[in-house]
Unconditional design. Sequence first.
Length: 459
Amino acid sequence: MTALKLHNTLTRQIEEVRPLEGQTIRMYACGPTVYNYAHIGNFRTFLFVDLLRRSLKFYGFDVKHVMNFTDVDDKTIRGAIAAGMTLQAYTEKFTNAFLADMATLHIQTPEQLPRATQHIHQVIALVERLIAKGTAYVSEDGSVYFRIAAFPKYGCLCHLDQGGLIHGARVSQDEYQKESFGDFVLWKKWTEGDGAVGWDSPWGKGRPGWHIECSAMSMEYLGESFDIHCAASDLIFPHHENEIAQSEGATGKTFVKMWCHAAHLLVDGRKMSKSEGNLYTVQQILDKGYTGRELRYALLSAHYRQNQNFTWKTMDDAKSNLARIDAWRSRFASATGEPVRDWNGLVSFEQHFDAALADDLNLSGALGHLFDLIRDTNKLMDGGKTIPQLATVWAKVDSVLGVGDLKHEIPAEIQTLVDQRAAARSSKDWAQSDALRKQIEALGWKLKDTPKGQEVSKA
Ligand SMILES: [Zn+2]
């Protein structure tokens, strides 16, 4: 197999993935801030992380993958207060919605899913370490700030040229621009705007800043130095820059070896926003009649480091590409005929697929080779041959692509009727079997009785 290589934002180079220890890649991905339903732009990033996770496994690594839920920050507090809910009830609702969307998109569950509010103790301990080293200080407003002048490496990830910028005032909000870089908040003193949200600390009642939550949670589960940190590119500054400062400022060790960032998703050529009317949730895409696996395929179809422009054509292309794959899968699974001999197409496909994926996750290149394989093996099957190894080859491809089982997409309601019909048929109750068929067809599904049982598909 080829060695897997990824683009590292820290060095701006394509580098080979080599674990810091043993065979395990320890990887942290910034998770969602659970103040709203995640949109498809967010999920483009989480699908990139899922592709990375699956690819690491494809290349033989063990993966320890941690993704957090930001369930306390400026936005979640504002949202909970506006909704008249407790922070916990408010964030729980969006956390559960996020987990459901992950399942719809066949995103594998990371090994750990820590919530920020359950790691306040770790945050406080990290802030204490920074204060003890002189890289953080308690300000006159009662909050604790990181002193960027005490960390000369500050700006290493985003290549911030401090010379050209005026050192801004202190920043107490979680999100800000490069122009206003300055000492940033680690622990925010409680104010009335926080309502019932606050924890006791050596600096009085308050709450963590957003940035330090990720440093505390990642080091809790992955250690003070780990292999890969990934997220969307808009988190490079200030979030990831601040994570490096907080972590290395406390430990004196390199925090993360490789930083991997996914580019943006545009919709109809524009930045997504509610006011533009081009912001979609996963559910809104499903409501248009598409499936989770079609949306997965669509959002994986552009290279992760390039901005992707999402249109309905992107979805229709995904649908027809998947239909082509599905038809081929059904065909090779039921093909009967002479097994092909002296054909090296499979070996060459596996080499090409591997080489494309290893090249900074060029999945669309890899899928190009899959479609060549589909064309070539369809020709062989036209000639009455079978290719018995295709099931194994497909299983390997799908371990990365993750479009899953064909049956997976049959709604539970339809599956129940199909199961009832199978029972009716096995007890030779033909009248009931016909009635169930009509019911299934009325719901927009097609049935075919085959020697292997009922085949269900969309009408
Ligand atoms: Zn983060």
